[in-house]
Write a protein that binds this ligand. Structure first.
Ligand code: ACO
Length: 429
């Protein structure tokens, strides 16, 4: 097999095996040939939390965590954030190439004309308690969309997939905005087809009695850039949920609901919400050293710091800091920014954080910007779910078209009791 192989000696049997190495990986299934006897199941790899397991091959997003590099289809995220708009990036993620002028116009037209939701979805949202968390509403309503589009179950039909992709990218902002209006006790504001993707989203959120909503162009662009930065991030927790659910050939609405649920948690998309709570709890810069002490003692985590993949500054966090400047010129400076900047300065000089390679991630500054733009904290994770839908769908499409993929089904190492007989309730100790 030559140089591109791994030679393993099983010391239990003395046998030697040679496994091929491709793209820096061995196939875990090849380990199954390593047995102690013919009845042995064969060797497995044990990898809780998938710390070192590639579950797919992908051509969508590349991250070099040590160098702090993020590429979408080969394009550096910094260039896309500066020169493209979100729907252009969504097209790139899904189809693999930047759209031509005609393709982009057609794509924008189609997304814009799928933003309405069935009136019955409104009734569904009405049923939620007045203070229901918008992420809870989003998870439920996006799953509910599958019942409105039963054609979505034809996941092997390319035409149907194309339609559902457009519907999902178009309707996520509408569901999110309606969830917000419900929580605020405001009437739902319908989509305005004259506005951009982000401009229309701001319209559905913040329009009051004016006959035509005019989004602030700086805030509209800032949101667009934030959407680009959040659009995809390879095989993270929510994307893995999307792929796992999708692997059973469930419809894409149900799979996006699964991914949205995974994003909801504070260790993933919920971190931006947690950062704001943390900054408020700290309250002033003179209380930072005390807070850092508690973090180092293991009492707390510094939310918005650390990343499974980035062991260098998250490139998205750098761009977000610049976006913050443009937003604060419109909205005025947030007091929390001073606390965040000081927290970052102190943490980045501290051996605890240096030694563990803990740097600010995308969520460290995004929450402060969202708050300055007038979003309540509970909407922060929703603002992550909307653009990430494009990434989830790109990954789902790749999965559906990947002949190597099957229903996802990890193995386990069973450590429970061996077979034993049932004990009647009267005889249990
Ligand atoms: N604050 C303090 N210590 C931390 C932090 C943090 N934010 N993150 C990691 N550490 C410490 C751990 O305690 C551990 O220390 P130890 O070696 O002494 O035990 C070490 O750094 C390694 O951390 P792990 O937990 O092994 O790292 P993992 O890759 O499993 O976790 C995660 C990554 C979940 C992002 C973690 O850094 C974290 O909880 N961060 C805060 C939440 C957050 O900001 N999440 C957003 C992630 S980005 C996103 O999803 C968009």
């Amino acid at each position: 097999m030559g140089q591109n192989s791994l030679t393993i000696t099983d010391n239990r049997t003395g046998k030697t095996y040679e496994l091929p190495i491709e793209h820096g990986a061995i196939r875990a299934a090849d380990l199954r040939a390593i047995k102690t006897d013919p009845d042995d199941f064969g060797l497995m790899s044990y990898d809780p939390a998938f710390m070192n397991t590639a579950s797919c091959s992908s051509r969508i997003t590349m991250i070099d965590g040590d160098k702090g590099i993020l590429l979408y289809r080969g394009y550096p995220v910094e260039q896309l954030a500066e020169r493209a708009n979100f729907l252009e990036v969504a097209y790139l993620l899904i189809y693999g190439e930047l759209p031509t002028t005609t393709q982009l116009a057609q794509w924008i037209h189609e997304i814009t004309h799928h933003t309405m939701i069935h009136e019955n979805v409104k009734k569904f949202i009405d049923g939620f308690h007045y203070d229901a968390h918008p992420m809870g509403i989003l998870v439920s309503t996006v799953a509910a969309l599958s019942t409105f589009y039963p054609d979505a179950r034809q996941v092997n039909d390319a035409k149907s997939r194309e339609l559902q992709i457009r519907r999902l990218i178009a309707k996520m902002p509408t569901l999110a905005a309606f969830a917000y209006r419900h929580r605020m006790g405001l009437p739902y504001a319908y989509p305005d087809n004259d506005l951009s993707y982000c401009g229309n989203f701001l319209n559905m959120l913040f329009r009051m009695s004016e006959s035509k909503y005019a989004p602030n162009p700086i805030l509209e662009r800032a949101l667009d850039v934030l959407f680009i930065l959040h659009a995809d991030h390879e095989q993270n927790c929510s994307t893995s949920a999307m792929r796992t659910a999708g692997s059973s050939q469930t419809d894409p609405y149900s799979a996006v609901a699964a991914a949205t649920a995974a994003l909801y948690g504070p260790l993933h998309g919920g971190a931006n919400e947690a950062v704001l709570h943390m900054l408020r709890e700290i309250g002033s810069t003179n209380r930072i050293p005390d807070y850092i002490k508690r973090v180092k003692a293991g009492e707390l985590k510094l939310m918005g710091f650390g990343h499974r993949v980035y062991k260098n500054y998250d490139p998205r966090a750098k761009i977000i800091k610049k976006v913050a400047d443009s937003v604060f010129e419109v909205t005025g400076r947030s007091d929390l920014l001073d606390i965040a900047l000081e927290l970052e300065r102190i943490a980045l000089q501290d051996d605890y954080f240096i030694g563990r390679k803990l740097y600010p991630n995308v969520d460290f500054y995004s929450g402060i910007i969202y708050e300055a733009m007038g979003f309540p904290i509970s909407m922060f994770t929703v603002l992550f779910a909307i653009p990430r839908t494009a990434g989830w769908l790109a990954q789902w499409l790749e999965l559906v078209n990947d002949a190597e993929q099957k229903i996802a089904r990890p193995r386990q190492i069973y450590l429970g009791p061996a077979r034993r007989d049932f004990v009647a309730i009267t005889e249990r100790g």
